[in-house]
Write a protein that binds this ligand. Structure first.
Ligand code: DI6
Ligand code: FE
Length: 404
């Protein structure tokens, strides 16, 4: 049976703009949007068919929010490192002493699938309560075949268990595991020859990512990984230019990456390369804020060159223990000078593009899934405006109201 959602206004986010329809109606059938427009035009669509009528009480409808870059499956936490950084140690110092990513790797290797699942579910619950209907989750705290597989299996289980669209990304090239100290090329070989083909065969991987950085992997190593990924038919993404400028974002563009993420230290040439390939710039203001970074990503240049900008939590236990995508929207505005409209586009349409999901979600249009949030607000700018607290809302995914 069709459902007619009415007594609402809609920010469709078509073309990355609010694209507002006031006094609107939305018709869904099963999981999909089949009609959207001014309520006065809806009757012609509905006569003679039976439908369920749902009063949205004057709410504003937006697409369901999409968190396109998370490391939300992990064990333990690193609040002690937060304390150490505030006593003057840098992120790189802590990593050099065996802390940082490796401390989460040790905890994650020890944890069972059930433990990882239960912990991740609690974190993701916080995001879902804010209106998140799609999420990307990376592996990268296992760094050997069985441990990466364990993380990826948990990611697939989350997709089964929760009313949430989940994309899984293999980030085996996140850090060099201790077994390979001094042999980073051998580790890349191990990923390319053994790990990735097996994980792909088990259908656990939707995309491949790497950390391109002095304290992780060099562009030449990332390139080998990208070649392997492409040969397997997998999309690529990259953590690039977070702490230094290595040209990772340009490399990502060369390989038609869905996104390059972080980007504080990217150059003008990198921006041009990304504009040309249509690679999405995923900005992560939570990590920028928590590392007290001073170098800003080149926002103006990205905008001038027409690079689509997405925003995400980067939810991870080291640099971004951020459990709120709305907080990230607010930071996107206050720290990175985006408008609330651009921030909303960054967690809807452009986040969908960064995941290769644009045909399915990210805006409210006929033919896409009926994933939307109905907010009790006066204007969609409020979604970025309020800092902290919860906004009254209803969440609909695939045409069904989600109950918490
Ligand atoms: N960049 C980040 O900000 C995270 N990973 C990455 O490549 C940090 C992950 C961590 O510190 O655990
Ligand atoms: Fe990250």
């Amino acid at each position: 049976m069709k459902k007619y959602w009415h007594n609402c206004h809609i920010a469709t986010m078509q073309n990355g703009r609010y694209s507002i329809i006031e006094n609107a109606g939305l018709i869904t059938e099963a999981e999909d949007i089949v009609w959207i427009g001014p309520a006065t035009d809806a009757e012609a669509q509905l006569n003679s068919t039976s439908f369920q009528s749902i009063d949205m009480n004057g709410a504003w409808l937006t697409p369901g929010l999409i968190d396109c870059h998370t490391h939300s499956v992990f064990a333990g936490n690193r609040s002690i490192e937060f304390e150490q950084r505030l006593q003057g140690m840098s992120y790189a110092d802590i990593a050099a002493q065996g802390g940082g990513i490796m401390s989460t790797v040790r905890a994650t290797r020890m944890a069972s699938e059930q433990e990882l699942l239960a912990e991740a579910e609690q974190r993701i619950e916080q995001l879902r309560l804010e209106g998140v209907t799609s999420i990307e989750i990376k592996s990268g705290y296992g760094l050997d075949y069985l441990s990466e597989r364990k993380m990826l299996r948990v990611i697939r289980q989350l997709a089964q268990k929760l009313p949430l669209t989940v994309k899984s990304t293999c980030l085996a090239a996140h850090a060099l595991p201790p077994e390979y100290t001094g042999r980073s090329d051998d580790y890349i070989d191990y990923i390319c020859i053994e790990m990735l083909p097996k994980l792909h065969e088990e259908q656990l991987v939707d995309a491949v990512d790497a950390f391109c950085e002095h304290l992780a992997f060099q562009p030449a190593q990332v390139e080998r990984l990208f070649r392997t990924a492409k040969a397997l038919g997998l999309n690529v993404k990259l953590h690039a230019e977070q702490l230094s400028s290595l040209g990772g974002s340009r490399l990502a563009a060369e390989y038609q990456a869905l996104s390059a993420d972080h980007l504080e230290y990217m150059t003008e040439d990198d921006v041009k390369a990304m504009a040309q390939s249509g690679t999405v710039a995923v900005l992560l203001p939570g990590a920028f804020y928590l590392l007290r970074e001073k170098q800003y990503p080149p926002i103006q240049s990205l905008q001038q060159h027409g690079v689509a900008i997405a925003l995400s939590t980067d939810l991870n236990p080291g640099t971004s223990p951020v459990l709120s995508l709305r907080l990230v929207m607010n930071m996107g505005c206050t720290l990175f000078s985006l408008t609330p409209e651009q921030a909303l586009a960054g967690v809807t349409l452009y986040a969908a593009r960064a995941l290769g999901l644009e045909a399915q979600c990210g805006s409210l249009e006929v033919g896409k899934k009926a994933d939307f949030v109905a907010w009790q607000i006066q204007h969609p700018a409020e979604i970025s405006y309020w800092l902290g607290g919860d906004l009254s809302k209803r969440v609909i995914r695939h045409g069904q109201e989600v109950h918490f």
